[in-house]
Design a protein around this ligand. Structure first.
Ligand SMILES: [Fe+2]
Length: 340
């Protein structure tokens, strides 16, 4: 049984952080994000407006991976004092309309989560706050005692937890409810050993670039009666799963990811994949739908590869553009296509 240490009670406030992980657009605002701090509002000309705390009501950081479903923005903040996990929701006008503590056993490092039509999906995994790592980058490490759970929270805030084989997941792909009402979640799964090896390299941040090893595409199928099915979908080491976000939380067929030097396209219906090599370190391949597209994969993949922005047709992965950037961008950042 994992037991949390007692922490002194104090008023929770979130501070502004470096906002260096992701940039999103919601309700007419551009927000730069880092999970340890408040969202930072920016102008489309890259000017800084400032941190947003919704009139003081947002008292946690905002994950760098919020999920927009039907205009609403779902997100969470995690911390090292209780409540360790707090769910938040912005309505389509950008107002903070819900904040709700979610019970987890301890200060788990949660980098991502997702939503389906009726549920919020939590990753309560065994990488937890570790005092001994204070001052050495992110103060979190693997705990054999913590266990591993996925949570399915309904809109009333009731969460069902499912024990899973211990692992860590930085990033999930899509999730959906299937015809039998089960929740199906795809994500990139790290074993304990591979997490520990990766964490030694990237322990000062939370967005690993793919390295040789075993962070693999994995599927969890959660039967709300309690059964969990786990299956590895591929043996290629990948990171940064992306998809056509118009399909977020609903059935989708295609998933994209990157290896160290390739962009990968998975057809999860047929169980096949195709790859295209890139000359350098492939950054996240962001899917941009073609205006008026009908097919799920009608659009482009935009990926920063060192000092270039590469654009591939998402249908067959052929390269259509390579744009030289004024400087190299280290792999590991996220981004969004924000239509002008
Ligand atoms: Fe990330």
């Amino acid at each position: 049984m994992w037991r949390a240490r007692r922490w002194p009670e104090r008023r929770r406030t979130a501070s502004s952080g470096r906002a260096n992980t992701h940039v999103i657009h919601h309700a007419g605002k551009i927000l730069a994000l880092v999970e340890a701090g408040l969202p930072y509002e920016m102008t489309s000309e890259l000017g800084t407006v400032g941190p947003r705390d919704f009139g003081g009501r947002l008292t946690t950081g905002m994950t760098a991976h919020p999920k927009e479903l039907d205009g609403e923005l779902h997100f969470f903040g995690y911390g090292v004092v209780p409540p360790y996990l707090t769910y938040h929701r912005l309505d389509a006008a950008g107002e903070l309309v819900e904040s709700r503590a979610v019970e987890v056993p301890g200060p788990t490092m949660m980098h991502d989560f997702t939503v389906t039509e009726h549920y919020v999906i939590w990753l309560d995994l065994p990488v937890v706050f570790d005092m001994e790592r204070l001052g050495k980058g992110m103060p979190f490490s693997w705990s054999d005692a913590y266990g591993a759970r996925l949570g399915v929270m309904d809109r009333a805030g009731v969460t069902r937890w499912f024990d899973v084989d211990p692992c860590y997941v930085f990033h999930v792909g899509n999730a959906r409810e299937d015809a039998q009402g089960r929740v199906v979640l795809d994500g990139v799964r790290y074993s304990r050993d591979y997490f520990n090896r990766t964490w030694k390299v990237i322990g000062g941040s939370t967005d690993p670039t793919p390295q040789a090893g075993a962070a693999v595409l994995h599927r969890w199928t959660l039967d709300l009666d309690g059964a969990v099915k786990e299956e590895q979908l591929d043996d290629r080491s990948v990171e940064f799963p992306t998809f056509n976000e118009d399909r977020l939380g609903r059935a989708s067929r295609y998933l994209y990811a990157v290896t160290g030097g390739e962009v990968v396209k998975y057809d999860t219906e047929r169980g096949t994949s195709t790859i295209t090599p890139v000359d350098g370190h492939a950054g996240e391949a962001v899917f941009v739908p073609r205006a008026g597209a009908r097919a799920e994969d009608e659009g482009w993949l935009m990926s920063i590869v060192d000092d270039r922005l590469l654009v591939h047709e998402a249908t067959d992965l052929h390269e259509v553009a390579s744009v030289r950037l004024p400087r190299r961008v280290p792999a590991g950042f996220h981004g969004s296509w924000i239509a002008d």
